[in-house]
Design a protein around this ligand. Sequence first.
Ligand code: MN3
Length: 210
Amino acid sequence: MAFQLPDLPYGYDALEPHIDARTMEIHHTKHHAAYTTNLNAAIAGTEAENLKIEDILANISKYSAAVRNNGGGYYNHNLFWEIMSPNGGGEPSAQMNIHKAIERDFGGFENFKTQFSNAAMTRFGSGWAWLCVDKEDHLFITSTPNQDNPLMDVAEKQGTPILGLDVWEHAYYLNYQNRRADYVAAFFNVINWHEVTKRFNDANPGRSNL
Ligand code: MN3
């Protein structure tokens, strides 16, 4: 078995009232589990079984639609669970590198929040909004359709995702119905900035503190 469904780093009800327990349970045990199972089925008996998921995604144009959809779904949800926390929310603290990078690249947290929320709101249909690091070590915001992500060689703009928001209806419909804007606003109450700044630092290990 190449890829394993990870446990959530908190309980299904831990993100309430912002994200409800029933949504979290179905999202993890049905949706994420299915992406994992279907990814493993799609790569069974191929060399991809021995690759890291990041390396598969970086060359995704060479793979089938099943690997693209399910490999993206596997990776994206792994990231999504980790960048949320019941102790999250607010703004990253001033000593965090991600705080300084947001100031530098967006001119402040409120501008970042507005741009990220806009990316999430304007993604038509199903997809994701992302905060990423580019090759020049600058932050950018983008969105992708379906289960694509910015690691993929087919992405409109490639980079290392460090924060992602799932805007598929399965991520919010039980609690928010068609009110995606309310879900996007609620997400900002559970962002795990410790994990985001860790991923920002891991994206460029040679960087010194900003
Ligand atoms: Mn999802």
